[in-house]
Design a protein around this ligand. Structure first.
Ligand code: SF4
Ligand code: SF4
Length: 381
């Protein structure tokens, strides 16, 4: 999440507002945050103000000043501001990578989790998600991702937010990032009844069909069976399911067999994504146990992707730069990394395929620099 910092005019509680540079008529200011250089009387009536200049001679109780790079904000963005001077972009207007973040809690303990779960009160996140939905009501959006932590742990609020997103935005793809465990419970999955399934995609993490492998990666014994049952239950309710598999030392060499398993037991799945690691959080801490070199994963990924292609299941590679993909499966690699944490190496400037390449996570503590080779205009490394 893009976060800007400045200094607050005084202590105030967190609130959510909609960014405007252009300004609003007086009657339409109560939910808007004015962004400008200096605070003047023009800020009257706005919910909050963000300025790049100093404190100014005018006073507003929800003013954050001295903000560097306010130009990173856009007209229509939705931000959370608080009295510590923090501005978090909860919704970026025009982006296809927006999320509703419901909780930091999770019922897995994945060895490669880039954003380790935390025990915190989800009330703030749920309130923010509801406020974002209120502010985007009536907008035409392309995508909205419901995520966490594990968003299903929010219980009733999860179902309410999913129902509201799907109903109010039938034009959008509403995706849910989940480990799928709770959906193994029939009573839980029944609560999806009445939620439109046409525009909802459940993106379920399943790293192997082997209990020993998946459970070791997810950090919970029994989670492999629960997740697979969860996928069946979601599909039984008519929802589209994507299977997401993180490539690590645990599962890399078994990926082709896993792909066969998906073809045999999950031929209905809408999409499979094999994902490179983000070396952050637990993945960084456990780097020795999880990281696989591009040389080692390339043939495994190639076999797995081609197996799924042969089985007629749509497949993609996420977070794997094009020059690390075997040529036979390069066409399945996607630009998957969110803009705000997407970087490239200096040598990527000369690469003919930079525009199509996902690049790297800025949050990763190490990059596979020695393997990176720019493409020439002929398309060859
Ligand atoms: S990777 Fe996802 S499922 Fe695993 S611990 Fe992190 S948030 Fe939970
Ligand atoms: S050189 Fe850089 S831009 Fe080109 S394919 Fe490799 S990582 Fe991507």
């Amino acid at each position: 999440m893009l976060t800007l910092k400045g200094r607050a005019s005084e202590a105030f509680s967190s609130f959510v507002g909609e960014v405007t540079f252009a300004g609003r008529p007086f009657y339409a200011r109560s939910r808007a945050v004015l962004v400008c250089e200096e605070l003047t009387h023009a800020a009257m009536g706005y919910k909050g103000c963000i300025t790049s200049g100093g404190r100014g001679s005018w006073f507003h109780p929800h003013h954050i000043y001295g903000v560097e790079q306010p130009g990173l904000l856009h007209e229509g963005d939705i931000v959370a501001m608080d009295g510590t001077g923090t501005i978090e972009v909860l919704w970026e207007e025009g982006s296809s990578q927006n999320c509703l973040f419901l909780t930091e809690n999770c019922n897995c303990r994945c060895v490669m989790c880039p954003q380790p779960p935390a025990q915190s009160d989800p009330a703030r996140f749920l309130r923010q998600a509801e406020e974002v939905l209120e502010l985007i009501r009536g907008r035409s959006i392309s995508d909205c991702c419901i995520t966490g932590g594990e968003p299903t742990l929010a219980g009733k609020a999860f179902f309410d937010i999913l129902r509201r997103s799907a109903r109010e935005h039938p034009e959008a793809l509403i995706s849910v990032l989940t480990n799928g465990r709770l959906f193994s419970d029939r009573a839980f999955v029944r609560r999806l009844a009445g939620i439109p399934a046409e525009n909802v995609l459940f993106c379920v993490s399943l790293h192997s069909e082997l209990d020993a492998v998946h459970d070791a990666m997810a950090g919970v014994r029994g989670s492999c069976a629960q997740t697979q049952q969860g996928i069946y239950n979601l599909a039984g309710y008519g929802f589209f399911v994507e299977i997401r598999t993180v490539i690590s030392q645990y599962n890399c060499r078994y990926l082709a067999e896993f792909a066969e398993h998906l073809g045999n037991y999950f031929p209905f799945c809408a999409h499979v994504a094999f994902m490179g690691l983000e070396l952050h959080g637990h993945a960084e801490t456990n780097r020795d146990r999880v990281e696989v070199s591009p040389e080692a994963y390339a043939p495994c990924v190639k076999d797995a992707v081609l197996t799924l292609v042969r089985r007629g299941i749509p497949v993609s590679l996420y977070n794997i730069p094009l020059c690390l993909c075997p040529a036979e499966v390069r066409g399945y690699a996607r630009r998957s990394i969110s803009d705000w944490k997407n970087i490239y190496l200096p040598r990527c400037r000369s690469c003919a395929l930079r525009e199509e390449c996902c690049g790297f996570f800025s949050t990763s503590s190490a990059l596979p620099e020695t393997f990176i080779k720019p493409f020439t205009s002929g398309g060859h490394v």
